[in-house]
Design a protein around this ligand. Sequence first.
Ligand code: THU
Length: 141
Amino acid sequence: MAYTDPHDPRWEPLIEAAWEARSRAYAPYSGFKVGAAVLLQDGRLQAGCNVENASYGGAICAERGAICAAVAAGLRPGDLEALVVVTEAPDLTPPCGFCRQVLAEFAEDLPVLLANRSGRALHRLQELLPHAFTGRNLSQS
Ligand code: THU
């Protein structure tokens, strides 16, 4: 069944995993802690947090951390079911452009739930990154 309702109880384990990962975020430079969790179609769940670096450009977002860990555990394109991103920011935190592009590598479209302590909003990757550049474009050179 599609994830079309932000209050669907199936989100709860993902939200919980994302908050737990956020508690381990390494963000000494920005102080902006992010947690993420992806659900694979086989039911496995992988969380991630942002990991910053003294060389600021070396920072890795929570979403990409979750994706990279999931790939190491076997994730391949088409296997992604859903993503959750959590922060304590008053405005819900959407994935950055880099992360949208990385997500598009693994999912044509994806339900993306953004949550903070007081609310949530459900988006779709195709809405966040319309007309994504993909491997299909590369094969048309
Ligand atoms: N960050 C994420 O982890 N995910 C997002 O969706 C937005 C930004 C991180 C990167 C950096 O460590 C900090 O938040 C501030 O940009």
